[in-house]
Write a protein that binds this ligand. Structure first.
Ligand code: S3P
Length: 455
């Protein structure tokens, strides 16, 4: 357990800020490579705790994964093959994506396995995947009545193809079902009420599987594939930078006077870029340069400059799937904006790594920002030119995005902000503190502070 404290950034952030590989794409590149014929070389893989848990689980199911240093950086080499039932439980730490996607893989590949996780993951809803996967023929058994994990999964070699109407727009649910559908006879189709991130669909195409996507009859969107076709490795995957991680230095630069940062090759996939649209609507100076494609995803260099104080706005619920992980940092931007920001339809935030709706509201209130939860909406009354007080310790609930958001806020508050669990940040962005400090921020781990004060 390590706490960390952010103090006022004195001169603004500056320089080129390397953002690590996309978490969603990193998980998927390992999983698809494991299921495919041939060897896949993955460049730019995010080496964070969550992704390493996926790699470890695949290795425990008999997949060969090696890494090597090359002139182009580190490459992860995955040799696809038949998955086998692991001898020990698969521990997935804090990673919801590992748990949901691997549940789909196990269910559809005839594997029997037990998945476990940390306290937070064990409490997160798994019924959203076990229900459709049961319809496809897999069997599930919860070890404890009141926690979703540990969960025993007995997969089938030939799952039933289904059409599933998901009550939530969730890429994890959609991906779990499509992954199980790869071995099914006939067409597996997932309909959802919004358009969740489409990395699974894009990557399946790269591995030679046709996925039909479009608007669902009656609203929402759907994705469908025909089972029974073997995935074939494209040979190489390049992982673009993660727009959800880029959001932290981006907002830090926007709210800290005299800042100018460049975030290279960030995925600007339209199913992920909601935050950047909203920030622009709030008046942010964000320019997209060098727009191109990388690893089947649109990417751009983000040039971000601090300017006028941002203006509060209303964020309609249709934005939720395209920026689901960005609400904590958007709320931080809103807290120093002028006027009110109302973020609508945030029910899903209650079942993330922590109850994010509650964590954002209580954290901002503790820092002296008027914040309200109205049903599923979050309302932040921006302080504008009146600075935010800070001077508190935030309980993160071991949530990486809550931790990083409040460290960003601590760079502009009157008094420093401490977060209780800096170790949570390794879930998605292990280099965050080091890179922020290199660009002008002052974030110190408790151990470093003790050292600085000669204790
Ligand atoms: C993810 C999907 C999102 C997101 C999570 C990663 C993925 O969850 O919150 O961090 O990689 O599929 P839902 O799609 O379930 O909302």
């Amino acid at each position: 357990m390590t706490s960390a404290t952010a103090r006022k950034t004195k001169q603004g952030l500056s320089g080129v800020f390397p953002v690590p590989g996309d978490k969603s794409i990193s998980h998927r590149s390992l999983i698809f490579a494991a299921l495919a014929e041939g060897v896949t070389e993955i460049y730019g893989l995010l080496e964070s705790d969550d992704v390493l848990h996926t790699a470890d689980a695949l290795q425990k199911m008999g997949i060969l994964i090696e890494k090597e240093e090359t002139s182009e950086g580190r490459v992860w080499r995955v040799t696809g093959g038949k998955l086998t039932s692991p001898k020990e439980p698969l521990y997935l730490g804090n990673s919801g994506t590992s748990a949901r996607l691997l549940a789909g893989v196990i269910a559809g590949q005839g594997v029997t396995a037990c998945i476990t996780g940390d306290e937070s993951l064990s409490r997160r809803p798994m019924a959203r995947v076990t229900e459709p996967l049961s319809k496809m023929g897999a069997k599930f058994r919860q070890e404890n009545e009141d926690t979703a994990l540990p969960l025993w999964i007995e997969g089938v070699e030939k799952p039933r193809a289904i059409t599933y109407n998901s009550p939530v727009a969730s890429a994890q649910v959609k991906s779990a079902i499509l992954l199980a559908g790869l071995n099914a006879e006939g067409e597996t189709c997932v309909r959802e009420p919004g358009s969740s991130r489409d990395h699974t669909e894009r990557m399946l195409e790269a591995f030679g599987i046709d996925v039909e996507t479009g608007a669902a009859y009656g609203g929402g969107s759907e994705a469908a594939l025909k089972g029974g076709k073997k995935l074939v490795s494209p040979g190489r995957i390049d992982v673009p930078a993660d727009p959800s991680s880029a959001a932290f230095p981006a907002v830090a630069a926007l709210i800290t006077k005299k800042s100018f940062v460049v975030l290279p090759a960030v995925s600007m996939n339209p199913t992920r870029a909601g935050l950047y649209k909203i920030l622009k609507k709030m008046g942010a100076d964000i320019e997209l340069k060098n727009e191109t494609m990388l690893g089947g995803e649109p990417v751009a260099d983000l040039h971000i400059r601090a300017g006028e104080v941002l203006k509060g706005c209303t964020v309609p619920a249709v934005y939720v799937p395209a920026m689901i992980d960005e609400y904590p940092i958007l709320a931080v931007a809103a807290s120093v904006a002028e006027g009110i920001t109302r973020m609508e339809g945030l029910a899903e935030l209650r079942v993330k790594e922590s109850n994010r709706l509650e964590k954002i509201a209580s954290g901002l209130k503790a820092c002296g920002v008027r914040t309200e939860i109205d049903g599923d909406d979050l309302i932040v009354y921006g302080r504008g030119n009146l600075s935010v007080m800070g001077g508190v310790t935030i309980e993160t609930g071991f949530d990486h995005r809550i931790a990083m958001s409040f460290l960003v806020l601590g760079g502009v508050t009157r008094e420093p902000i401490t977060i209780d669990r800096a170790d949570a940040i390794a879930t998605s962005f292990p280099t965050f503190i080091k890179e922020m400090n290199k660009r002008g921020c002052d974030i110190r781990l408790a151990s470093e502070q003790a050292h600085a004060f000669g204790r």
